[in-house]
Design a protein around this ligand. Structure first.
Ligand SMILES: *Cc1c(COP(=O)(O)O)cnc(C)c1O
Length: 358
């Protein structure tokens, strides 16, 4: 399918951010966006890269009532020589389609998805920041657009991609986070939609996150919904715990988001000879591991930060400090290695990097 490109009028182009150290996350978007529509019986049609702007929906658009909304998150990186790279983009495409199937939404042709992403990033290449650790964030999204009330799968969808420059996650170096172990509320349950990037999961997480923030913690550590004992995720990231020489991360049991960074961490650590076990540690193991020093490092993984060290855990009224509140050696090594692969500074033995322009 050929993508029609409608360029923004020159006098409508936005001013690019002057200070790359103030980009932050999710505040700035570029001049263009990609859109394509789906109609039952007709399939996907009218793919366009056109001016960025509001979308019009009927008040009964089904995504607004019944939550058929899924998204993805990945980045485009500018190497020192000016090359532009994506990191494992096919994995995001596959995950978007897995989310679509679970939520009875239309799946999208991977080739069209990839083509749209590359063309949009290249059209907006001047927006890709140059500073260390900065990137162009890519947010593919799909919403149900059929105008009708009554719970049923929508017969129409809008898929769009927007992109925007984002700042370095650690402009002043690593800062280990304080996390709050949540026992009162859960993010997802096995058999539910916790393994999809579906909007409702994030709405469900807000209440506990707000409570954690009010108490001075950065993130919530989510426990399993049944026993409230086994670790699931940290905020919107996957969780890792280094006990002795063995790295543990919860298995993909259905309630956990299958993070692409999670998979990269597992593959890298294994390639270095680290034993990685997909098993969820219990809070009992974590607290006793902190007490007797067996728990050496803990970190969260995700596209935004790559890895985020955990320095402190609040559980049942007590503070527990991990590794003296400092970033662990393995955590830091994983961060540096993945960062350098993403920006083209290191060889890419796994074939994760996709160069989209010299
Ligand atoms: C996106 C996300 C992750 C991390 O996935 P990556 O592919 O590594 O960015 C982890 N948990 C949740 C809940 C997420 O939404």
């Amino acid at each position: 399918m050929d993508i029609q490109i409608i360029r923004c009028a020159p006098d409508r182009l936005k001013a690019k951010p002057a200070d790359e150290s103030k980009l932050g996350f999710g505040k700035i978007f570029t001049d263009h966006m990609f859109t394509v529509h789906y109609t039952e019986g007709r399939g996907w049609h009218d793919p366009v890269i056109g001016p960025y702007g509001p979308i019009t929906l009927d008040p009964t658009a089904m995504s607004l009532h019944y939550g058929q909304e899924i998204f993805e998150g990945l980045k485009a990186y500018r190497g020192k020589d000016g090359s532009i790279y994506l990191f494992r983009p096919m994995e995001n495409i596959k995950r978007m389609n897995a989310s679509a199937e679970r939520l009875c939404m239309a799946t999208i042709d991977p080739e069209l998805f990839m083509d749209a992403m590359k063309k949009l990033v290249l059209l907006e290449r001047d927006w890709i920041p140059r500073g260390e650790g900065t990137s162009l964030y890519i947010r593919p999204t799909m919403i149900a657009t059929e105008s009708a009330l009554g719970v049923h799968p929508s017969s129409q969808y809008l898929f769009f991609i927007i992109v925007g420059p984002v700042g370095a996650y650690y402009p002043e170096g690593f800062s280990p986070t304080k996390i709050y172990v949540c026992e009162d509320y859960v993010r997802a349950v096995r058999g539910g939609v916790g393994n999809c990037k579906n909007a409702g999961n994030y709405a469900a997480s807000l209440y506990a996150s707000q409570k954690a923030k009010a108490m001075g913690y950065t993130q919530v550590l989510w426990l399993d919904a049944i026993e409230r004992q086994y670790v699931e995720e940290v905020g919107t990231s996957n969780a890792f715990f280094l006990f002795g020489d063995e790295l543990f991360t919860p298995p993909l049991s259905g309630s956990i988001l299958p993070g692409i960074t999670r998979d990269s961490v597992i593959q890298l650590a294994r390639s270095w000879g680290v034993k990685v076990t997909e098993r969820a540690p219990s809070m009992t193991e974590i607290i006793s591991g902190i007490a007797d020093g067996k728990l050496k490092e803990a970190f969260a993984s995700g596209t935004a930060a790559i890895v985020s060290p955990i320095g402190q855990i609040y559980y049942q009224g007590k503070e527990h400090v991990i590794n003296g509140g400092k970033t662990g050696t393995l955590t830091e090594r994983l961060y540096n290695e993945i960062l350098q692969i993403q920006y083209g500074d290191k060889p890419d033995p796994f074939g994760w990097r996709m160069k989209i322009s010299d």
